[in-house]
Structures are given as C-alpha cells and as structure tokens.
Ligand binder design. Sequence first.
Ligand code: FEO
Ligand code: CA
Ligand code: CA
Length: 643
Amino acid sequence: MATFDDSENDVLSPMTATPLTDMLNASVERRKVLAGGFASAAVLLFGNGVAGAQTTSGPTSTLGTRLGGKTAGPSLGFDSIAASTVDDVIVPSGYNAKAILAWGDPIRPGGPAFVGDASNSSADQEQQLGMGHDGVQYFPLEDGNRHGLLAINHEYTTNNLLFPDGDADWTSEKTLKEQAAHGLSVVEVEMDDDGNWAPVDSDRARRITPNTPMTFAGPAAGHRLVKTDADPEGMTPVGMVNQCGNGMTPWGTVLTTEENFNGYFWEETEGAAEGISAEQAGINARYGVSGQGFGYQWASTDERWRADLNPQEPNRFGWIVEIDPYDPDSTPVKRTALGRFKHEGAAVTTSRSGRAVVYMGDDQRFDYLYKFVSKRPWKTEIDAGRSPLDEGTLYAAVFNGDGTGQWQPLEAGRGPLTSDKGFADQGDICVKTRLAADLYGATPMDRPEWTAVHPDRPYEGFVTLTNNTRRTKANAANPRIENRWGHIIRWDETSHATGRDPESTTFRWEFFAIAGPGDGADGSTVPVQEAFGSPDGLWMDPRGRLWIQTDGGQPDDANNQMLVANTETGELKRFLTGPGDCEVTGVAQTPDGTSMFISIQHPGDSGSPEDPTAGSSWPDGPGNRPRPATVVIRRDDGGVVGE
Ligand code: FEO
Ligand code: CA
Ligand code: CA
C-alpha cells in the first residue's frame, strides 16, 4: 500500500548534474537486457558470477571474479514460506514469533499501562514505548544472549490510531503526546528458561524524544547556521525526530538517524517575505522545508516548529544522533561530521587501518549515497575519551556505467566547494551536505535506504534502492524508469593504492538483485516464488546472511515481508510475512544468533477513529486497535535463526 515514505519523497535534487553514468550508459539497451535477459529461472540473483554472464556489458559481470570465486556461504536451513495477506506475523515451520514492547507498553514494568481506546495522556506516553517502531539494536548485558538492552527507533505516528479522535480539535496536549510517541526507547529485556523475552525493571530504561536536551559535536557545532535565539551558541539542540533505520557502533552506542525532519516544520507565511536569508531559503528548498510540511500540527501549539519564526531551527535536524544506551544519564550527541540529509541509517565497519567507516543513504528520490571515514583509528580515539566521529572525511558516491565508481570528498576549499559557492568552512558543508554533493555530480539514486556491510569482508557492502516511480531517465545504477519495485546494489571497495579496503576512494559495483514480480517480469531478477518489492531494511548478520525487509508495494498486493539471502550463491528465501498495512523493518540478534528482534511498523494504518481496526488488529487480536511492536523470533529448538 502507499506508505508515508512513498508519499513524502518529492524530488528535491536539482537533477542538473549529468553524471558520467548517464553518458556512458546506453539505457535503452540496458533495459532490454534487464527485461529480456533472464529467461532461465535458475538465475536468481546477481550472485558472484552467477548472473553476470547474462549481460554482455556493464557493471554486472565482474564482481564474482574479483572476489576470487564464491564460497558456499551461509546455509538457509528452513523452508521458504509463501507470500501472504494474513493479518499476522508468519515465520517458517520450526520457528516462533512473539510480539513484545508494543506502542503504549510501559518501558519499565509497573509504568502506565496502555489503554485500548488510545486515551493515554502525554505524561503516560513519555513512559511508554513510542509509535512507528523502526531500526532496533541489541546491546548485551551480563549473560548477553538472554539479557540485554534494546534501543528502538520510533519514526512517526499514525494519528488516527494515536488518539481516540485522530487529528480533531488539536491541543498542546496532543502535540506533547505526539512528540512523546516519537524518538527512541531504551528497554532492558531478559529471556526466561522457556525462551520468552520480556522487559525488566531497569534504571537504564529511558525515552528520548523531540524534547530531550542534546549537544552538537563536529564541524557544525557552534556554526553560524545552527544558532537560534534560544541557543545563541549553536551548541545545544533540543530533541530529534523521525528516527529511521539501522545504526550501531563497534564501541557500543546507537547511531539513530533523523530522516524526514522537514515535514514537521511550518511556514505560516512564505519565508523570504519574512526576512529569511536567500541562503536559508536555498537550504529549505533543497531539504523540503516549506508550507505546512507533512501536516503535523506541532507548530500550532509549539512555536519552535515555525520555520518562519525560527529560520535556522530546521538546520538543527537531519543529523545522526549518537546515544550511549548503557548510560541513562548520557546526553545524546548530534554528530555533524556525518552530514545533514534525510538520514535513513548508518552501517559502520572498520578499515584495515582501524578507522571507522560509516555508510549512509539519503532517502529522497534522486538523492545520494554517502560514506564517512574517521580521521584516526576508532579504538585509539575511544581510549583517549574522544569520539572518532567528529573528524574525518565525508564522501558522496558516483556510480559509473562501466561498473566502477568514485567517492567524492566533500571538503571545504576542495574542488567546487569554495567560499563563493557558500562553502567557506566544513560546517557549511555539514549543514548543506546535499548542496555540496550536487556540485560534485553525485549519482541521483532511487531512494537509498539501508546499507549493510559484510562481517568478514568490510570492503563489501550493499544498499537498498527502494523505488522511484518518478524516474524518467535511467542511469547505470538506476536502470529502470518508473522504478516501482526497487533494487539492491553491491559494491567492492578497491583501488591500486589501498587494495580492498573501505577507505578506498574508488569501488566496483554490480546489481545484487532487481526486485519485482520475479522471473524477469518488469526486469526483476528474483525467483517468482520469492518475489518482493520496495526493499528497505537490510542487514548482514555476523554469520553472513543478508536480511532484506520491505516497505511498500509488493507483487500481488501481498503484505510486507522479510527475506534472507546467501549472497555467495544467490539463494533467496522468504522468512517472514507481516500483518495488514505494515512495514517490516529493524533487525538485530543476540550474539549467539538464537534470538532475533525485528520491528513491525504502522500495522493497520488505514484504520480511522471510527474504525481503528479496519486495516489490522495485530498484535492483540480481533477487535483490538493495531499497534506497532517489536517481534522476537526464535527457533523452537533454540538454534541459530536462519541457519
Ligand atoms: Fe524511514 Fe526511508 O525509511
Ligand atoms: Ca526505511
Ligand atoms: Ca521506506
């Protein structure tokens, strides 16, 4: 079904750059190949060298060779399940799935209980799980395979379900409740001897919301563009919004991402008429801050969200926020060196020299893929009490038609990023990242969502391009016009200077999968039995299985789902189907791999105040208001999930 993400991603990039990709790519011929080149059902994915032989040119044919030949890869030891429209979470035979931590459940046992007609107050909501469960990370405590912390993103709310009367008769109490349903929850959970996980009382349990005090760090901290009347030093932003996908550092913190932050701001009057600078008007245009946003009503009772009255307040959103879940007193930090855009997620790996490398998608039609490389090895920085994420190089990706690519460094004074273009210092680049990447001709992508990195080959990564029904001109990395179903790209970071290493500023790439109805229909390269569309969540687990989650239209109008791939062989199996109207997102595991945590977001979001169960009654069953929730998946025999 149409989802929030599908409706809120208007084109904002200038599309003026003509990447080399466009010039090199004979897109018509390429589409012919995609549409007609996969008659054999045996060819499933663009696994290492498997499907490459199907194409006569272009970027899909060489990666397998370069990787030195495929290995067996991880086993997928379960029977693939069928696509489904059942209003429930369905997993393979031999597995069980249990909902815990639904929207409105208290983050500590004994806290305010959820009331079934959604009449809980804002004060209750501040002590309960938020709505819109998205990325989830698991942080082990002692006996960490059965005891840990979950950090759960709450991306956005569905007001027809959040309030008994939906958006009617808006009040400041409604603003406060809706804000409290956003952000992130930290919950301490434990598993009993029967394999059941549940929250336990904990001083570490906390809610972080759009009203939580935070700090800035990195090049934009204290920058002229993030100062406001309420914070003249530009150092203490308040709150975060629209927390989306994955993000976990090897030093044990969450990187929670601010995605569609623009939609929360209002301009009562056209900004320029109210004295907003030409520079700020340009920033707003590129980031989609305009009018009354996505229809959130916060600005009607909380003037901080009035972009005309607080022109630089929007510049204080769109960041990656680092949170230490183990320390409930820690202040969340906006790490500005990682750039400002509609941050979908952050996959972190370590280079050969020990630097932290972070891959990040900017989820907007025709926006870009980025990476950040820390200036120094992360372990020495952590040991010295400094963040590795405050100094380093931010890059935007250019995908060439011959299967190569470059990471373009976004550094003040370098290349086109000069003072006269508005980039006098690195803070300018961090606040105006999209505008900086435009000048380098970064490749306009079909909505980059999650990224994933191989656990044993940190130079090998993946990105989901979820869909882009407004593409009228193909480029090599986004070969379908009106890309309804989306695709997944794999890259291999390599250069003569570095060899295979995530610090490389060049890479090779191929399509890992082109989604769709399967067996070649609409150019799709997946088997019809495992057809999927709109890939979004993406995670490679420590044993090398690639988990793929969907958000958006599915072939045959099936419910959203989760699949798992062996990326060595191209084997693909459907592992889970979700309830009605939902998005399947967020994925984490205990270290031993025997418990998996995922998120079910916006089940039943077609419900109305008059008929809240119109789209779903999950997880509480018939007659009950649907609620986003975390789902724990285990094997009945206690084995590794997916093995
Ligand atoms: Fe929050 Fe682009 O998904
Ligand atoms: Ca997403
Ligand atoms: Ca999405």
